[in-house]
Structure formats: C-alpha cells, structure tokens
Design a binder for this molecule. Structure first.
Ligand code: ZN
Length: 132
C-alpha cells in the first residue's frame, strides 16, 4: 500500500464542478458510469494521483445520500493495494469494519472495498486494486 490512487469528491453536477478544475488547467481523463455504485465519475490526473469527482445517478445512490446529509465535498481517500483480498482479510482479522464482504467493481475495471470511517478515525477509506 504505497500510493494514494485517488481522492473522491462528491458533486451534484460533474459539468458544473469540472468548470472549476478546467479553469485550474486540469484535464479530464474521460468519464464513466459505474452502475454498481450508482455514480458517474470523472477523473482528473494530478501529479502522481487523481481527483475522482462523483455525481449520483439515482436518488438512492450512496453519493446522493452523502450530499443530502452533508452537502458536496470531500468523500473518500483511495489507497492503491496490490491484492485487495489480502488487504481486506488483514483488516477484518484485526476487527476493522469493511463495508462489503467481497470487493465490488469500481471505475476502470478496478476492484474496490470501502472501510467504515469508524475504523479509520473518521475517514471513508477505499482500498483500490487497479485492473491489470
Ligand atoms: Zn473512489
């Protein structure tokens, strides 16, 4: 676990928020819908990592619920792992709370698993194993 894969930001509208990052000179790396998470995401590469903007595509999307409760803003930090099953097993063994028992599909064919903020000191942490 050596790198921050991306930082997730919850937004109501990708188009609206992308205007800000474009003004900063960041270039969007495409956008993708992730039906499993009920979000549309846009990645913005930043030296060594990426910002991930997440727009909900349904009212029962976790991102829609997050925005309804807390407003737009910083949502999660994603750490890249080489073996997500091993990382999940190591955390579970120590009694840390994972939000799914199996990895779920993330953007770009990655496998992801979220760790409950209760286990991390208030940060929603995503483990992210990129596609080969
Ligand atoms: Zn993410």
């Amino acid at each position: 676990m050596k790198k921050i894969d991306h930082i997730g930001v919850a937004v109501s509208s990708l188009e609206e928020r992308l205007a800000f990052y474009r003004a900063l000179g960041l270039v969007q790396e495409g956008s993708e819908e992730v039906p499993e998470q009920k979000v549309r995401v846009a990645f913005l590469p930043v030296e060594g990592t990426r910002l991930e903007l997440l727009e909900p595509t349904a009212e029962d999307s976790p991102i829609a619920r997050f925005i309804a409760k807390r407003g737009e803003g910083l949502h999660h930090i994603a750490l890249r792992v080489e073996d997500i099953h091993a990382a999940m097993a190591a955390l579970a063994r120590e009694g840390f709370q994972l939000l799914s028992e199996q990895p779920v599909k993330g953007a770009h064919g990655s496998l992801v698993c979220f760790v409950h903020p209760r286990s991390t000191g208030g940060v929603l942490l995503e483990l992210c194993q990129p596609a080969e």
